[in-house]
Design a binder for this molecule. Structure first.
Ligand SMILES: [Zn+2]
Length: 177
């Protein structure tokens, strides 16, 4: 892994966010090793690929006792909510961010994807992410991999997700460290 330490994409961030980025990118290496991504088969839901890396990044920071995961979640929620206020109607829902093309758009798509994975983790463990990835690597559809790993259907998850996005939004960005 190469980090361009003079690049603005790196220098603009504080030390905690930089650590989060490292963990995020290392998780992509694991995804490659597992063939969740980069394999001959379709890589499944793009918001899951990035949301899992982003969630694990923040979980690593939380496990170091620096920023609780609930604070990180509040930050992500605020980014998504503020964007919707400033640039209505804001981002589309996760079901419209399933491909790399649709995910590549202006706005806080990574925070939104992290919120999706974070909600899944409320009733599952980080191991379930690897279960999902292994099923994708084995050539299963995203729908069946999702159902198997998380015990809920993808359409049912999409349907209830807007309620999760409507949780109380904190007043400040407490994780921009
Ligand atoms: Zn990424």
């Amino acid at each position: 892994m190469t980090i361009c330490v003079a690049n603005q994409g790196w220098t603009v961030h504080g030390p905690v966010t930089r650590r989060k980025i490292i963990i995020h990118e290392v998780f992509h290496l694991l995804q490659f090793e597992q063939r969740w991504i980069g394999g001959p088969q379709p890589a499944g839901l793009h918001w899951m690929i990035e949301g899992a890396a982003e969630y694990l990044g923040w979980l690593g920071i939380a496990n170091q006792g620096v920023v609780p995961i609930s604070t990180a979640r509040g930050c992500m929620l605020k980014e998504v909510t503020d964007f919707a206020t400033n640039q209505p109607p804001g981002l589309p829902d996760l079901n419209l961010l399933e491909t790399a093309q649709s995910f590549s758009r202006p706005g806080p798509v990574y925070p939104l994807a992290m919120l999706g994975v974070q909600q899944l983790m409320n009733s599952s463990s980080a191991d379930a992410l690897l279960t999902y990835g292994a099923a994708i690597a084995a050539g299963n559809t995203a729908e069946s991999a999702f159902q198997n790993a998380f015990g809920t259907s993808l359409p049912a998850f999409y349907q209830q997700f807007p309620t999760w996005k409507a949780l109380p939004v904190p007043a400040t960005y407490e994780c921009r460290l």
